[in-house]
Design a protein around this ligand. Structure first.
Ligand SMILES: Cc1ncc(C[n+]2csc(CCOP(=O)(O)OP(=O)(O)O)c2C)c(N)n1
Ligand SMILES: [Mg+2]
Length: 363
């Protein structure tokens, strides 16, 4: 009887193209035209400024709880930019940059965060699912969509977003398993931002990487510097191409960091140090991208400043538009809709009571 080392069929890779200061490794530079690079930078900056404004509006009581993106812009834009318009995007709850890239209007995002259902409407012909709050549940739906595309022989790739915390859910494992066995065109995009609310990455799993979990399912996996837009793009581009050619799914682990709160209902000072946050601030994906664009002579410091002013203006304008729309939207009775086909009697009672008290208040 032999006792021998088994060689895994698949190997794990790590990819980084820009260093922490934004200096390029020329041999690894993906081909992206100047116009697209500038758009990527603009949407990253727009998302950062939108995030900051949303946080301020939330503190003023003008919008509800939301999950900021700050620090994860490269993981989101680097990946979504590798898709075609007709491909499918299945987000979790932190993918604002992805939504902006795909064409979701700022006004819609504001309305949604202010509690108006109407804001959550996905624009016509945009193959995106609404945000998903139950951790990892969207992964099963994504594999289902990808499988459907395969059966229909439509060459559309499905990209699904999830966090490090999601990798501990059964849905993650079931999804990877089924995707590989059925050879579906799925790209699994994990943003390892080091925290699942207050649970650190080390307590999430004893594996040394999240990417290696792919290998157990016979799937290619790659770990990339998630604060390096070029590395994320290069890895995703390969995965998307493979999926489109019918060669199956890939797991991409973007190593990144959540620089802000988990959601506006969270106080991270209770569980992590300022030093840790500062260390990651130095690897800010936007600053690294700006250095690259300046080195490439695509943008100057002055132009960057101007873009920054323009995106802030865009955010403020969107607020004014959304505020105007809010005046005509929002019947509180809506909260009783869309949950049950047949409303249970206790809810009907509550609905009637609310309706009556609203009528009394209106006089
Ligand atoms: C099934 C389920 N369990 C628990 C929660 C509460 N919850 C919301 S976000 C979150 C952590 C998710 O962490 P991760 O997957 O790393 O994503 P991140 O928030 O860091 O982007 C938890 C536990 C939930 N929404 N769904
Ligand atoms: Mg996380």
């Amino acid at each position: 009887m032999p006792r021998k080392k088994l060689k895994p069929k698949l190997q794990l890779e790590y990819l980084s193209v820009l260093d922490d200061k934004g200096k390029l490794d020329k041999d690894l530079e993906p081909k992206i035209d100047g116009k697209t690079l500038k758009r990527m930078h603009r949407v990253m900056l727009l998302c950062r400024r939108f995030d900051e404004h949303l946080l301020k509006w939330q503190r003023q009581g003008r919008v509800g709880t939301f999950a900021p993106v700050k620090g994860q812009e490269a993981s989101q834009i680097g990946s979504v930019a590798a898709l075609k318009d007709e491909d499918w995007v299945v987000p979790s709850f932190r993918e604002t940059a992805v939504a902006l890239w795909r064409g979701t209007p700022l006004t819609g995002l504001i309305l949604y965060n202010a509690g108006y259902n109407e804001g959550g409407q996905i624009p016509e012909n945009q193959n995106d699912l609404p945000i998903s709050i139950p951790v990892a549940s969207q992964m099963c739906q994504a594999v289902g969509i990808a499988y459907a595309m395969k059966i229909r022989r439509e060459k559309k790739v499905t990209m699904v977003y999830f966090g490090d915390g999601a990798t501990s859910e059964g849905d993650f494992h079931e999804s990877l398993n089924m995707a590989q066995v059925f050879n579906t065109p799925t790209v699994f995009l994990c943003q390892n931002n080091h925290w699942a609310i207050s649970v650190p990455r080390e307590q999430q799993t004893a594996s040394s990487t999240l990417a290696q979990k792919a290998l157990a399912y016979g799937m290619p996996g790659i770990q990339v510097d998630g604060n390096d837009l070029l590395a994320v793009y290069a890895a995703t581009q390969e995965a998307v191409e493979r999926a489109r050619k019918g060669e199956g799914p890939t797991l991409i682990e973007c190593v990144t960091y959540r620089l802000s709160v988990h959601t506006t209902a969270d106080d991270p000072s209770k569980y992590r140090s300022d030093d840790e946050v500062e260390t990651w601030m130095e690897r800010d994906p936007i600053i690294r991208m700006q250095q690259y664009l300046k080195d490439k002579k695509l943008l100057t410091e002055k132009q960057i400043k101007k873009i920054d002013e323009e995106v802030v203006e865009e955010v403020n304008k969107a607020w004014d538009e959304a505020a105007e729309q809010m005046e005509d939207l929002g019947d509180p009775l809506d909260m009783f809709d869309h949950v049950y086909a047949d409303m249970p009697p206790y809810l009907k009672e509550q609905r009637d009571a609310l309706k009556q008290s609203m009528e009394v208040r209106r006089g």
